[in-house]
Design a protein around this ligand. Structure first.
Ligand SMILES: *Cc1c(COP(=O)(O)O)cnc(C)c1O
Length: 376
């Protein structure tokens, strides 16, 4: 069993993907070829956003978004410490300061009730992460953003395709950023990403910043980066888009099977009723994680931990906050465990994972059940 099975997906879409790659090799426009604009139009349509700008990676999407908003030295950006490092890294790279807000224990997303108390005159933006594939509490976050005139950048690297009150992730705030890293729900075969906005000025800024701040050839209106997404990677995403909706359905089916077998026995990440998840990860919470993880490993079941150390406790980031900051993130970092997930997982694999997991987690050496909590 694989943690994320990319091979089955390739075998199923092999002809489509190969044809798309061959078309790029035939026309030879490896940088900003026709597939780039084609993908941007398709993705903007998918999300219902006015603009999509493809970029070199999800990290680059975050950096370019911050640059397009003019956020830099002296500015503060509120974000979650319970994410992949790139979220806070992008903020520091533009010279601004990430200010960490603790998470909600049930969803592991930023806790909107704790945002306001962290706002200062230097705060310029809020950067929530739609973790594990479920959108953050965007309505509450946007309303705080509006009240204090702050931009809201959704780090939707894990949630492309998810919905919030019927609207697509990436189109829920000032800017939405996603990643096409191979293991994400919509992945390419290398690095890639995109940002989405309904603001014409921000879209123009982002388009220029991704090509060295160039507004016309050899006219550099602003300072930018080399941040384009390759034509080949755009072609691969275009091919994979053909089956994406179907795969989202399959992901939801797998998650429903997991939930049906695990709920009441294992603590699950809560899916809020007004949104859908694309399950970039299927994550559970365990009191005796290391022991359970070892049992799963012995049974041939790969697992991963998203994330073992919150960003505010990482060596290069610890200076940003107090040692006792974000206690919920600290606690969840010791409990979360992600189990295999993917659209082409078999029922027998699901049964194997859940059988081993339930047995390991509920039959602890002391004989008591580990954690019992319903997910809904
Ligand atoms: C994957 C990821 C990123 C970075 O995306 P890359 O394409 O790898 O640069 C940023 N934020 C989150 C939450 C992610 O999961």
């Amino acid at each position: 069993m694989e943690f994320i099975d990319l091979k089955s997906q390739y075998m199923l879409s092999r002809d489509l993907i190969n044809q798309r790659i061959q078309a790029v090799l035939d026309h030879g426009q490896y940088i900003m070829g026709p597939e780039v604009g084609e993908l941007e139009a398709r993705l903007a349509g998918f999300c219902g956003a006015r603009h999509c700008v493809t970029v070199a990676s999800g990290t680059e999407a975050l950096i370019i978004s911050l640059m397009a908003l003019g956020i830099g030295p002296g500015d503060e950006v509120l974000t979650t410490p319970f994410s992949f490092i790139a979220t806070a890294e992008a903020i520091l790279l533009v010279g601004a300061k990430p200010v960490f807000v603790d998470i909600d224990r049930a969803t592991c997303n930023i806790d909107p009730r704790q945002i306001e108390s962290k706002i200062t005159p230097r705060t310029r933006a809020i950067m929530p992460v739609s973790l594990f594939g479920q959108p953050a509490d965007m309505e509450q976050i946007n309303s705080i953003g509006q009240r204090y005139n702050l931009a809201v950048i959704e780090d939707a690297a894990q949630s492309f395709g998810a919905t919030y009150q019927g609207k697509k992730s990436c189109n829920l705030s000032t800017i939405g950023c996603t990643s096409f890293f191979p293991s994400k729900p919509l992945g390419c075969y290398g690095d890639g990403g995109a940002l989405f906005t309904n603001d014409d000025m921000l879209a123009t800024a982002a388009r220029e910043i991704r090509v060295h701040g160039q507004s016309r050839r050899y006219v550099h209106t602003r300072v930018g980066v080399g941040g384009r997404m390759d034509t080949l990677q755009c072609a691969i995403v275009l091919a994979k888009l053909e089956n994406f909706e179907r795969e989202l359905g399959l992901r939801a089916d797998i998650a429903a099977s997991y939930e049906q077998k695990l709920s009441g026995k294992i603590r699950l990440i809560k899916l809020m009723p007004d949104r859908t998840s694309v399950y970039a990860q299927y994550t559970v919470a365990l009191d005796e994680r290391e022991r359970v993880r070892e049992v799963l490993h012995q049974a041939g079941i790969p697992t991963a931990i998203h994330y073992p150390v919150p960003i505010h406790r990482q060596p290069a980031y610890a200076w940003l906050s107090n040692v006792d900051a974000c206690p919920v993130a600290m606690d969840m970092a010791e409990k979360v465990l992600s189990i295999p997930m993917g659209p082409y997982m078999s029922q027998s694999d699901i049964t194997h994972v859940t059988d081993v997991l339930i047995k390991a987690a509920t039959q602890t050496p002391s004989g008591r059940m580990d954690v019992v909590e319903l997910s809904k």
